[in-house]
Design a protein around this ligand. Structure first.
Ligand code: ATP
Ligand code: MG
Length: 718
């Protein structure tokens, strides 16, 4: 048979991987060397040449976006629809397995996914109910604790508090929270994985079924798998005939902070003895970009080490821009994007990458002003917006009255006179009765346990939800969503509370939600699994939040965190906010190993760029309500000088000098000084040199002032 379409556009090493005969294979290779491409071609090879049934293939990638791209690429190669093929994220695949065997996994067949925001609320509520101090047990910390335990496959009973009362209490919260989830049929993200692993581990029949079914398990971005994910891989591929195909890059392991274990790469070699294929040719970036990225990652000493070369052109130097502040930085970047578009290139070829979500807003605003379309990946995404979540909470409660998280969210939204005291009473009663909030409400309404006003309000709420549930019988998902928004009066609620433009934006989002439900078609797998369209939609909203904004191929600038850029590529890339404290992130300097992870993140960012790469930093930045004065990121300093061009000569102001003892030298940016008349303040900027330099200081009491260095007598403090 003619296999040229599968093998032609591959180099020798890539071909070796695609056609590998050994049972297991590990492709360990640097960025842009074609790992994902090899995985896609391997799928085509298995189906067309080895005649593997598409049903026997399981391909796992890191994001839903990557999964749908992979599906598209497989279909293109095979020229057939990829139905039957399981391609998805670990979470998506576990969800599918649990839906099929909810009973055996000990789950409510109607279980709902608890996303991280709902999880946070539920944990906070649990802490309150246990009458613990939120200061001592901050819900975020507890959430991190619980998820980290689950990611390691650990249940409360497995943890030894080691005589530490704080740990003992955390374990208790974990236990109580888990009980609340079970009561309400809620499953958090980590639980999806853990339940599946437990199901397969403890149920030989199921395990055998999936082992028989999946002859081939393929995993992209393997370096970022966590303990449980690897456990799942071992379970699935534990049979005699299983074949594992794994691709990854240790230099791109960037989720250690969330439990990923790069050691899994070595464990895989130890446990499965795979044939190892290395790819060394990079097809993505110019020589300049590749060389610079290689040099930066070279500063890490915990690498497996690899060579990466390209036949590509030398390309443009890497541009570094020092902005006065974050506004100027955003303006500069948008200006370059405008140049790019004016030169005939597309907005969607440009990506702005940043370390933390909070940085996106400025770029959004500047892009709006410039009238350039953009899309934000990550951050506050469509399904995470408050009004959308409110409306979805109604849908959830209508679908599954046991959903306590949904109940809590909307019992008094819009306000219907159900006070916090009433809700607290319900919670307490629900806990004592070990029943859901909905059930407890009905009970209390029936037994007359409630006071007049609360009673009426709750009765009204129950009637509303029941009415909607009845309507749900008679209409489809789109119709139901329409009725929910109408009868809940959410739009009116926001209109009454907020300025017109904000309320309008919320209304637009709710309209968009109606459209989404009207156009929604459940996947074949969900239908086969017997999921109602509503359940299928809710699942998608929770699992794929934000990855479906707008048209997939709409031409817009891409904004995203460095983390979510993994695996992607763009002709023009900006890495913004290259400042110490921001990137590398403040926390990374405090924990061992974290700095290398930040550097790998820098490597990931740089290697997204195909043609042109910009790095920028701001000398002062307002973030989270504070003004920061960061020095340029050490990663900027690690770029080889010969490959870099400064867009604007770095100004005198950016050179942090040691202040001279008696007021003679210039203070450095951000340092604290004291002035005889104005008192203490922070240095905002310094212009010029020597006696004539002008120094701007933000005095704590007197506000910002410009002073001339030659006259002002300043003392360095703090
Ligand atoms: P990352 O580590 O960032 O995930 P990767 O190793 O998965 O990168 P791919 O995304 O598969 O790399 O490939 C990078 C780019 O190089 C893609 O545009 C791909 O189409 C192209 N490419 C890979 N191999 C070849 C080849 N043999 N010939 C031409 N182009 C190739
Ligand atoms: Mg890839």
């Amino acid at each position: 048979m003619d296999v040229s379409h599968i093998l032609d556009e591959l180099n020798d090493a890539q071909r070796q991987a695609v056609t590998v005969e050994a049972p297991h294979c590990l492709v360990l290779a640097g960025a842009g060397s074609g790992k994902t491409r090899v995985l896609v071609h391997r799928i085509a090879w298995l189906i067309q040449v080895e005649h593997a049934s598409p049903m026997s293939l399981l391909a796992v990638t890191f994001t839903n976006k990557a999964a749908s791209e992979m599906r598209g690429r497989v279909e293109e190669l095979l020229q057939i629809p990829s139905a039957g093929l399981w391609i998805g994220t670990f979470h998506g695949i576990c969800h599918r397995i649990l839906r099929r065997h909810a009973d055996e996994a000990g789950l409510n067949p109607n279980f709902q996914i608890l996303d991280s925001d709902d999880q946070y609320r539920l944990i906070r509520r649990t802490i309150r109910e246990m009458q613990l101090d939120e200061g001592e047990y901050p819900p975020r910390v507890v959430q991190g604790f619980i998820n980290a335990r689950k990611d390691d496959g650990v249940r409360p009973d497995h943890i030894d508090p080691g005589g530490n009362p704080l740990t003992a209490q955390m374990i208790e919260i974990y236990r109580t929270y888990q009980a609340a989830c079970e009561r309400s049929g809620l499953v958090d993200f980590a639980e999806l994985m853990l339940r599946t692993v437990e199901l397969l581990r403890d149920n030989p029949a199921r395990l055998q079924y999936y082992r028989n079914r999946f002859g081939h398990v393929m995993i992209d971005e393997f370096q970022d798998t966590n303990t449980l994910q690897y456990a799942l891989v071992r379970l699935l591929a534990g049979g005699e005939d299983a074949r594992l195909f794994v691709v990854g890059d240790d230099d791109q392991s960037i989720y250690g902070w969330r439990g990923a274990r790069v050691e899994n790469v070595q464990h895989f070699v130890r446990d499965f003895g795979p044939e190892v294929v290395r790819l060394e040719q990079n097809y993505r970036s110019t020589r300049t970009i590749l060389e610079a990225a290689n040099r930066v990652i070279d500063h890490n000493d915990d690498r497996m080490g690899k060579n990466l070369w390209t036949e590509g052109e030398e390309g443009e130097p890497i541009r570094v821009f020092a902005a006065y502040n974050e506004d100027e930085e955003a303006e500069f970047i948008i200006g370059r994007i405008q140049d790019w578009v004016e030169s005939g290139r597309r907005p969607s070829e440009a990506a702005v990458l940043y370390r933390s979500n909070a940085q996106s807003r400025l770029f959004e605003q500047a892009l709006l002003r410039a009238d350039i379309p953009y899309r934000v990946y990550g951050g506050l995404r469509f399904f995470e917006r408050a009004e959308v979540r409110d409306a979805l909470a109604y849908l959830r409660l209508v679908h599954n009255p046991a959903d306590d998280a949904a109940f809590e969210r909307i019992v008094n939204v819009p306000a219907r006179g159900i006070g916090e005291r009433t809700v607290a009473g319900l919670r307490e009663a629900a806990r004592t009765r070990d029943r859901t909030l909905w059930d407890t409400t009905l009970h209390q309404l029936n037994t007359g346990a409630l006071g007049g006003r609360a009673r009426n309000a709750l009765a009204g709420f129950v009637e509303l939800v029941r009415g909607l549930a009845e309507e749900a019988e008679a209409t489809d998902l789109g119709g139901l969503m329409n009725r929910i928004i109408e009868r809940s009066a959410l739009i009116e609620h926001y209109r009454a509370r907020e300025p017109a433009d904000r309320a309008e934006a919320r209304q637009e989002n709710l309209d968009e939600l109606i459209r989404a439900t009207e156009n929604f078609e459940p996947s074949i797998e969900d239908e086969q699994a017997g999921l109602s369209p509503t359940a299928s939609f809710l699942t998608q909203a929770a699992l794929e939040a934000g990855e479906h904004q707008g048209e997939k191929w709409e031409d817009c600038v891409q904004l995203m965190t460095l983390h979510s850029a993994k695996g992607l590529e763009f002709p023009l890339v900006f890495m913004a906010g290259m400042e110490e404290g921001l990137f590398p992130h403040q926390k990374s300097t405090e924990e061992p190993g974290r700095l290398s992870e930040e550097r790998r993140l820098a490597y990931v960012g740089m290697t997204r760029a195909m043609e042109l790469l910009y790095l920028s930093y701001a000398e002062s930045r307002r973030l989270h309500g504070q003004t920061l004065f960061g020095r340029p990121s050490r990663f900027v300093g690690e770029l080889p000088a010969g490959l870099v061009q400064d867009v604007r000569p770095r100004l005198q102001v950016s050179q942090a000098r040691a202040p001279r003892e008696h007021g003679g030298g210039l203070p450095s940016l951000g340092s604290r000084v004291s002035h005889a008349k104005f008192g203490a303040g922070t240095v905002l900027s310094v212009e010029g040199q020597g006696e004539n330099a002008r120094i701007q200081i933000n005095f704590d009491d007197a506000g910002p002032k410009w002073l001339v260095a030659g006259y002002a007598v300043l003392e360095r403090i703090g």
